[in-house]
Design a protein around this ligand. Sequence first.
Ligand SMILES: [Zn+2]
Length: 202
Amino acid sequence: MATNADTPLDQLWKEYGQGFRDFYDLTLARWLAQTLGQLKGRAWRHSHPLLGAYRLAAELAHERQIWLMRLVAIPPAYSESPCCRAPMLPLLTRDVREAGLICQHCSETLVPFDEIPAGLQGELGDWAATYAPVHAVAHWDDRQRKDAGDYDHAYENAADEAEQLLAQAGRQFAPRLLEFYAAAVWEDQDECLEVRPEDVPL
Ligand SMILES: [Zn+2]
């Protein structure tokens, strides 16, 4: 989700992405379609290596407008995204109330929050509302930190809670997205609270 192109990690991912730049458009389109077939029917961690590779290829495909060229058919289980016409592959994040579900192809809003099916929308809204003040601890200003007394303790508590909330997203909500989408992805880290994917067991 990082947009700052200058971090060392972003540089590394750019280097990884070079592996796909030698692909012809048709090869890239086939790779994406075949991989979507393998992603089908499961909720995936954002950190999963297959998803990491898929995102690199998807980003390049978006740049080259592969899905608009109709070089391959969209795999049958997938609907077409309104944002960029790629197959729908939604990402669930803690910002779901503001940003909706995010497109893994163009990084825009794929499904606005108020268009998420009703029952699930309410539960996701409650979950995100619980998460927001937990995440905010990482961004407290000096006065708020002082008021808390022991900020390190408050930060660690918040990180523990974030781990639980992320695990809930992976266990409970991401699988329910499969009722509506062929495959789904859930964010399994909180960089501001230093919660890593390996801290979020299912
Ligand atoms: Zn899109």
